[in-house]
Every structure is written in structure tokens, then in C-alpha cells.
Design a protein around this ligand. Structure first.
Ligand SMILES: [Mg+2]
Length: 361
């Protein structure tokens, strides 16, 4: 069945909560690129690209141009079921950005699953396992950390990721406040690359006393030597996130023993199959995986959960809460649903989501 059209739409979705990125508040709206793939049989599939330039290097409009001018023309006319042939066609562009590529890959998985009449996880060889959600807390004041944790615990959350490093003088008190509010929860501390050796040494006793599960991405991506020397004395488990841009990074981190856990994100790998290969390699190298996400809508989260469901070396918790608490109504429903802070994949064909036709004119 040939691909007859690849179309795109950038939509603005309201943020229901103020978010903090690198310590600065972000409110208002968020642009998202959606992709629609259509076949000659009239089947359609949908995908999306995360669009926080601080993480992806691309705005939604920049990703749209990549799909409209490169990926769309390259794959139009190809057989939608020949997924390896499509991947090889795109491999002719070695510098193709991963996020728009992933949006198209997501749409292709959706259309192929719909043609077969199965959920995406079935197409990919995964399962409909449910996913305990981890809630990320970025607020600076320890009192705010405490009250957010209490609210989320009331909703069923039992895993938290505290964003740290923006106000290092407060981090010890913030971690203690979170532990006090959530005595039984799993607590992870994510520096997004903003920690220092001295800061980690100072924080180390608090990390131990508060039973912090792991510390994520202390230094910026690429600072391998710094990570290696910290591993020699740092007692907490380490997860790397921004450091992992592809399979080569997974191999390096595993072979050098630089982390216990790696966070993978579908958009960053460009396709489900690449993420699954990286996750399988991580297992072979003795590492666990954290099911990461950025700021995708329920479409991207459903596709991510289906992809991660193929792997078994995954630590509990995932980043998939975002569209269910932070993003406002995006103009569609369906896909994975959240019940008691757990994400559950549905049984509808594909990702289980239909985007409005009128968006793609
Ligand atoms: Mg992270």
C-alpha cells in the first residue's frame, strides 16, 4: 500500500500549569507539530514531534519544514508496510534531525497498526503493561515542593523526580522537604547538567539520608571524563539522559561503566526500532532504562509507551504524565489513559487517536 500524502500541522496548546525550565517559568501555550500519513487505501496515521527547542534544537515550525521539504517527498510513493525500505531511504540523510523523523515514524507505525487492526504495541511486539507515572517537581521553594508532592500523592503518585541545580543552595532542603512529604515514595534528583563536583559532595549525605533512588545527568552531555572521576567516589546510582543521543552513547556509557541507568526518549532516537535497539544494547551492557519523554501530547506518550513496552530492563516510573496534568485540551481524545497515576494503553487500533481532518489542509 503506497504512501500518497504526508501532511503537517502546527497547533498551539494551552499549558494548564506553569512549568519551569532551567529555573525560569514557562506559561501560556506550547506549539506542537503533528504529522498525518495517508495511504492509497485511505488509511491514515498520526505522529508528533516534541518542540522545546532547549531540548530538541528545533521549534515546531522548524520540524515542520524538515517533514514538508525532506521526509515527506522522500517517502511519498513508497510501500507503507516496507518499513526497512523507508528507514533506508531516510538513512540517506545522515544528519536528518531525530525529532521530525520520529514524528513520521510514529505516524507510519500508526497507519500500519490500523491496516492490521491491532494496537501499536502489538505491531511493535510489546505488551499492554501499565506504567506508574513519575511526577517532576521544579519549584524552587522547599514549601512549594512539599505542597506539590502532597497534592500528587493524593492523586496516587508514588514516584517523584526533583529537578535540581537551578538554586543549589536550596537543594538539600528541597530534597528533605520532598522526603518529609512523601515518606514512602521513590525520589530521583535530576540536575539536567547543572551540578558541580563540590555541590554533589555537599549534597551526598542528604542523598543518602533521604534514600534518593538515583541522581540524573549531573554534568552536561559529553563531559565523559568528569563523569568517570565522579563515579569513583559518588555513592548514589547515576542515570544519564541528555548524554544519550544514540546507540554509540549507550555503548560508551555501558562499556565505561558511567551510569547504572540511561533515560531514553523516543523523539531523540528518530524511530521506535532505534530506541528498541538501544534499549536492548543497554540490557546487554548491564544497564537499566528509564522511560523518558519530553512535552508530547497523549499521542506521543501513547507511542512512547507502546515502544517501551517491548523492553524489560526498565526501572519503575516514567515521564508520561505531562499531557494529563500540564497540557490543556489539545483538540482530540483517545490513546493511553491515566488512572490512579498509572498510564494504561488502550485496545484501539494504532495509537488509538484520530486528529481532526481540518488541521491538515
Ligand atoms: Mg532528565
Amino acid at each position: 500500500m503506497r504512501i500518497t500524502a504526508v501532511s503537517t500541522a502546527v497547533r498551539s496548546v494551552i499549558l494548564q500549569e506553569t512549568q519551569f525550565r532551567r529555573g525560569r517559568p514557562v506559561a501560556g501555550t506550547q506549539d506542537i507539530l503533528f504529522v498525518r500519513v495517508e495511504t492509497e487505501s485511505g488509511h491514515v496515521g498520526f505522529g508528533e514531534a516534541s518542540s522545546w527547542a532547549i531540548f530538541t534544537g528545533l521549534t515546531a515550525n522548524a520540524s515542520k519544514v524538515v517533514v514538508d521539504e525532506i521526509i515527506g517527498p522522500e517517502i511519498t510513493g513508497l510501500d507503507v508496510s516496507r518499513t526497512h525500505e523507508i528507514a533506508r531511504a531516510l538513512d540517506r540523510y545522515p544528519h536528518l534531525p531525530a525529532h521530525p523523523r520520529s514524528a513520521v515514524d510514529m505516524a507510519l507505525a500508526d497507519v500500519n497498526a490500523r491496516i492490521l487492526g491491532v494496537p501499536t504495541y502489538r505491531l511493535l511486539g510489546g505488551s499492554d503493561a501499565s506504567w506508574a507515572l513519575s511526577y517532576s517537581i521544579s519549584e524552587a521553594e522547599p514549601d512549594a515542593v512539599r505542597s506539590i508532592a502532597e497534592t500528587r500523592i493524593g492523586e496516587g503518585y508514588r514516584i517523584f523526580k526533583l529537578k535540581a541545580g537551578s538554586h543549589p543552595e536550596l537543594d538539600g532542603a528541597r530534597i528533605s522537604a520532598l522526603r518529609h512529604a512523601a515518606p514512602k515514595a521513590a525520589i530521583r534528583v535530576d540536575f539536567n547538567g547543572s551540578a558541580t563536583e563540590a555541590g554533589l559532595r555537599e549534597l551526598s549525605p542528604v542523598l543518602q539520608t533521604c534514600d534518593v533512588d538515583f541522581v540524573e545527568q549531573p554534568y552536561p552531555a559529553g563531559q565523559w571524563g568528569r563523569m568517570r572521576s565522579t563515579r569513583a567516589w559518588f555513592e548514589s546510582r547515576i542515570a544519564l539522559d541528555e548524554s544519550i543521543g544514540g546507540e554509540d552513547d549507550v555503548r560508551r556509557v555501558g562499556e565505561d561503566g558511567l551510569a547504572d541507568i540511561i533515560a531514553l526518549k523516543l523523539g531523540r532516537f528518530g524511530s521506535s526500532s532505534r530506541l528498541i535497539e538501544a534499549g536492548t544494547l543497554a540490557a546487554r551492557l548491564g544497564m537499566s532504562i528509564y522511560a523518558g519523554a519530553m512535552n508530547e501530547s497523549r499521542l506521543g506518550m501513547s507511542a512512547s509507551a507502546a515502544t517501551f513496552s517491548t523492553l524489560d530492563n526498565i526501572v519503575e516510573g516514567c515521564d508520561f504524565y505531562y499531557p494529563y496534568t500540564v497540557l490543556g485540551e489539545p483538540g482530540f481524545t483517545g490513546g493511553a489513559e491515566v488512572v490512579d497515576a498509572e498510564l494504561r494503553l488502550g485496545s484501539d487500533a494504532g495509537h488509538g487517536i484520530d486528529l481532526p481532518m481540518g488541521w491538515f489542509v
